[in-house]
Ligand binder design. Sequence first.
Ligand code: KG4
Length: 336
Amino acid sequence: MNLLAIESSCDETAAAVVEDGRTVRSNTIASQADMHAVYGGVVPEIASRKHIEAIAALTDRALADAGVSKADLDAVAVTYAPGLIGAVLVGVNFAKAAAYGLGIPLIPVHHVRGHIAANYIAHPDLEPPFLCLCVSGGNTLIVDVRDYTEMEVLGSTRDDAAGECFDKAARVLGLGYPGGAPLDALAQGGDDRKYDLPRAQIHGAPLDMSFSGLKTAVLNLVHNAAQKGESLDLPGLAASFAAAVSDTLIPRTMEAARRLGYGKVAVAGGVAANSRIRADLERACAASGDRLYLPPLALCGDNAAMIGCQGYYEYLAGCRAGMDLNACATRDIGEG
Ligand code: KG4
């Protein structure tokens, strides 16, 4: 079964052809990151316009790369939530037109379910149930993946996502947008105990997280140093920051894994590319005996192959959308 998959929830326009869920026949991405870098973050209106410009040609390329004609497609899968509403709408409307024009089913896919599914592509043996830490620019969730289409959030951030925190810390250090990868590079070889940064705990909600205090602490540290004319140990600050994020994510992930007892832990989303988080998870899973599933860096960030993979499992579960499908800015992963 060939699925055409479309993703446009933030600043990446993406189209892919995925066969039977786990075989990626093509995976094309047009990133707008350079466009938004001038502003230090994603400008939603620009994102929507750039999706409109890119989506048709990108889909043609995905079909050509896959060696598949429109007549060979069996369904269209599309990210319909969560994301920047104007951006998601572009993908949803394009996918609706494609499905209607070709007379094939339309499958709505939750973006974070897609991130989780990137692990199915990378690890052919992985099957639910497992515990997944989902960390991206817009979401930070600890998810009980009971089945391909049955999930429950066990813990989440109360404010900023981990990726948002990386991007804002990187911005104040002049590292550009998106700042997660350059901040990760800067941290290599830095002293992770150089700066004492906060690790927030939420009373009565041991699996929930908060990153806004950490973000503010970094901003204050940098501004205070600038006002006093003091120089900072930048690799030390980057390493201390990555350690604070990791110390917030990993113990909660491992506690959730312990409670569920599945013996399988996966990671998903753009921040899953972070070297400190990957190394800490490897250590923690080696100690607990859980098997760890890490997606390759190319499948951590937004892409359409992951949407095609999850779309296949949604299709098998009977999920279909009509021409009244709407985009949603927010939606619980458990609702699908
Ligand atoms: O999954 P993604 O591409 O988009 C969303 O669905 O949000 O994630 C993008 C986020 C950005 O915040 C980016 O800075 C972060 O992932 N990121 C990283 C790294 N690579 C990308 N954060 C930390 N370390 C990295 N190596």
